[in-house]
Write a protein that binds this ligand. Sequence first.
Ligand code: ZN
Length: 226
Amino acid sequence: MRDTDLFQMALGLVPPWMVKRSAFDATAKRLDIYLDFGKGSRFPCSECGEPDCPAYDTEEKTWRHLNFFQHEAFLHARVPRVTCKGCGVKQVSVPWARPGSGFTLLFEALVMVMVQAMTVAETGQMVDEWDTRLWRIIHHYVDEAHGRADYSDVTRVAFDETAARRGHNYVSLFIDLDCRRVLFATEGKSLPSGLTRGMPRLSPPSPRTWRPMAEIPRPLPRCAST
Ligand SMILES: [Zn+2]
């Protein structure tokens, strides 16, 4: 079996995508896999799903992938834009990454698992990436999850301000009292007024004390990212 066939199977690529070649550099501890599609290939429109759209032009892109053993791995491909009858010229969606990301979906999944067990800085050290790049991944999936969240069954909430680390680093938490889930978390000692406006406090504010509130206004303000 050729290395390109092996990588094709391992990556789960289906036509028209294929592995064109690979390059392994033991000194640089790096594996580069180059993907391509056959001449005359057609792609679905990423906007409306119209199938069989012809390629208009291409743009070279690179994605960080899961390590190949101890070696960093990167995928490269020329990503086509297609001509859709209804939408005009649109870039196609590739099956291994989300639009605009420099990482493959599998790499992002690994990062999202790791940051649940350690800090983002520690994760960045382990995967050898800047934590600022990892934060962009995290913000994307947290925002996406908040967008899907349904707060229509929330009836009792509370918020708390507590020290996150030694010193005066505080976080404010907005909690669903019945489901014991965090609805919103932010740095600092006070939540945005938009979240608490119109909510009566049943006890005077004091640090480290839960403040249950009643009569939640509808609709609830959409939570920002944590
Ligand atoms: Zn379209």
